[in-house]
Design a protein around this ligand. Structure first.
Ligand SMILES: NC(=O)c1ccc[n+]([C@@H]2O[C@H](COP(=O)([O-])OP(=O)(O)OC[C@H]3O[C@@H](n4cnc5c(N)ncnc54)[C@H](O)[C@@H]3O)[C@@H](O)[C@H]2O)c1
Length: 286
């Protein structure tokens, strides 16, 4: 079983939201070493301060990292492994959202979202896997989304990556089982969690020179007000519980569980049904 106590854990995207809370939860459960990284250095430093308040003695490796930068990720993985001597658990958490229709989204949006959400996970997993295997008691945790099994309008880049993350993670698990390697795998499908992900999506678009319309901004606000509800600390506890129980798949939140059921019952029909739900939630805006 993948208990956290006494383990060395790596969390990407630890400067905010679910990643920050995952880091804090791992400290509370007795991790003996923690490597946290994020592209946002100020957010990462804040997570470092919160960890220090919980545990003054814990060895924490805190480094800026863009998970899409494979060369930097490779140097990072080697540095973490040599600093701690062993790495047991990897939490592939870093991710970004995007909100444009297929017709309106630029290729730059697809390139960046795929680079971060999909290749970030592939990079981290491939680079840390030899260390996790060598630990004799490893665990890979990957954060997909309810958009890893349900597509949505104006989220095609995000859905593409989260479906992809699911395929990658399930393939990995099958291979590890087949080859009897000592690494467990947990695939996480969160529903709405109260973080800055939707708002940050606006900043990512701006950084790519993509203009967001007033209607798209209002949709982000509706997500924040109506859909992203679960406190990230609660989500982190559910995720780490699943890891400690070696669960292969975890749905985080009632919304994720309900949507999982709807998609199973109506694998095609859910798409029109979703438009009706959107109207109820006023997500279909003019
Ligand atoms: N919040 C939700 O409702 C929700 C639902 C389903 C899945 N998720 C997933 O959970 C994960 C965490 O998201 P969150 O909700 O905590 O959002 P968040 O925006 O609060 O946190 C994401 C973190 O990832 C970091 N990040 C972004 N790009 C990065 C990069 N290239 N390299 C390294 N770090 C980078 C950000 O700086 C930020 O600190 C994401 O993978 C997201 O897709 C979130």
């Amino acid at each position: 079983m993948s208990g956290v106590a006494g383990k060395v854990c790596v969390v990407t995207g630890a400067g905010s939201g679910i990643g920050r809370e995952l880091a804090l939860e791992l400290v509370r459960r007795g991790a003996c070493g923690l490597a946290i990284s994020d592209i946002d250095e100020a957010g990462l430093a804040q997570t470092g301060r919160l960890i220090a308040e919980l545990s003054a003695d814990l060895i924490v490796d805190e480094q800026p990292l863009d998970v899409a930068d494979r060369a930097a990720f490779s140097v990072y993985a080697d540095a973490v492994a040599s600093r701690f001597g062993v790495v047991h658990q990897l939490y592939n958490n870093a991710g970004i959202a995007s909100g444009k229709t297929v017709r309106d989204a630029s290729f730059a949006i697809y390139d960046r979202v795929v680079a971060v959400n999909l290749f970030g996970v592939i990079n981290g997993t491939k680079l840390f896997l030899p260390h996790l295997i060598a630990s004799g008691d490893g665990h890979v945790t990957t954060i997909s989304s309810l958009n890893g099994f349900m597509a949505q309008d104006e989220l095609s880049a995000y859905c593409t990556t989260k479906f992809g993350v699911r395929g990658f993670t399930e393939s990995l698990r099958i291979e590890l089982l087949r080859d009897r390697l000592p690494v467990q795998v947990t695939l996480v499908h969160p529903g709405g969690v109260s973080t800055n992900i939707a708002t940050n999506g606006l900043a990512h678009a701006a950084a790519l020179g993509v203009e967001m319309t007033e209607r798209e901004r209002r949709r982000v606000q509706l997500y924040n007000d109506r859909l992203l509800r679960m406190p990230p600390g609660v989500a982190a506890r559910i995720i780490v519980d699943a890891v400690e129980h070696d669960r292969a798949r975890v749905l985080v939140g009632r919304d994720a569980k309900l949507i999982d059921l709807i998609v199973r019952l109506m694998p095609v029909g859910y798409q029109r049904f979703q438009l009706a739900l959107n109207r109820v939630a006023r997500l279909t805006l003019r």
